[in-house]
Design a protein around this ligand. Structure first.
Ligand code: FAD
Length: 294
């Protein structure tokens, strides 16, 4: 069994973590640095951990209310590591998605607490590490071009994968394509800029902004609008050789149920749209790895 397979098959472990720092990345997104108490920590870039919301007394009443409304127990939530395995501290980066009355069905339970709950010093039980959204051991034999296509907090696992691949000096070029609403929403903007400057010819970062109104923000590195087929065609010339890692919002199980009930097809979200473009451009499914966030 390869080293990667061994890590992937390890049974998740429960850790009593301490939040050592909460760093606001944007107005609605925070990175929580976790001290796992000196226990051996083994994860692969791209993996996630789980957090059970029931452990927090501050969320008890709200969780009970949501359970009553939804008619089912609230489950754990998953968070990808934004840290890479070589970095000294494990970190997760959490986005508190906006509640839009009339559009969003329920307010978020755990993300608002993790982001705004001033949790520095708090103890948090986490279970990790898991998930197959990782690089294969033989990635350098499969490709020399890794394309990251991400939206919002979907940047988190890809940021970890990128840092890990650069740290390990893998023979890979990276194109990091990142979609957000506005300039203020751009996640890891400065870190990505620094990595790009430190790895010229190896890393290319392109952002797209769907709702930015400040025109001078736009240029070759920051494009206007959504990630569309033309942009993917421009950035991926080697479509029969690249590997694409796509992470972001996808049609949820609730959307699917509603679609069945109303006999109206669910509206494609980021994931379905990007996959459609990639297929249309001739990127084979076996060259695409995906991780769907709700
Ligand atoms: C593998 C994986 C990795 C992830 N990594 C990250 C990460 O790194 N960073 C990050 O920010 N997020 C990540 N997520 C998303 C994260 O797990 C949570 O879904 C997110 O934080 C929202 O949780 P919440 O408790 O705040 O909101 P929730 O209570 O889960 O609600 C979220 C949305 O779902 C809707 N919803 C909930 N229940 C129902 C229902 N019964 N019917 C209809 N609609 C419903 C709500 O209306 C709302 O729009 C990841 C998800 C997965 C699967």
């Amino acid at each position: 069994m390869s080293a990667a397979e061994t890590t992937l098959r390890k049974k998740p472990v429960e850790y009593e973590a301490t939040v050592t720092e909460v760093r606001m990345e944007t107005h609605d997104t925070a990175t929580l640095f976790l001290d796992l108490g000196g226990a051996p920590v083994e994860y692969k870039a791209g993996q996630f951990l789980n957090i059970d919301p029931h452990q927090f007394p501050a969320l008890r009443a709200f969780a009970a209310y949501l359970q009553e409304q939804k008619g089912r127990r609230e489950l754990f939530r998953s968070y990808s590591m934004s840290s890479a395995p070589h970095e000294p501290q494990v970190a997760i980066t959490v986005k508190d998605e906006e509640f839009i009355p009339g559009l969003t069905k329920y307010p978020g339970l755990l993300a608002p607490y993790l982001v705004h709950g001033r949790l520095t010093g708090a103890r948090v039980r986490v279970t990790g590490f898991m998930g197959p959204y990782v690089l294969p051991d033989d990635v350098e034999e499969r490709t020399d071009h890794l394309v990251h296509v991400v939206a919002g907090s979907g940047a988190v696992p890809n940021f970890s994968i990128l840092k890990d691949a650069l740290h390990r000096d893998l023979r890979l070029r990276h194109t990091f394509l990142c979609s957000n609403k506005t300039w203020a929403d751009m996640l890891f903007r400065e870190e990505l800029e620094k990595l790009e400057a430190a790895h010229p010819g190896t890393l290319r970062v392109v952002h797209t902004l769907t709702r930015e109104t400040d025109e001078p923000r736009f240029g070759p590195h920051v494009r206007k609008g959504r990630i569309n087929q033309a942009l993917l065609e421009e950035l991926i010339p080697d479509r029969d050789r690249c590997l694409v890692y796509v992470c972001g919002p996808a049609i949820t199980p609730w959307d699917r149920r509603k679609a069945l009930d109303t006999r109206t097809p669910a509206t494609p979200r980021f994931m379905e749209t990007v996959l459609g473009h990639l297929h249309e451009l001739g990127v084979e499914d076996k060259r695409i790895k995906r991780e769907a966030y709700g």
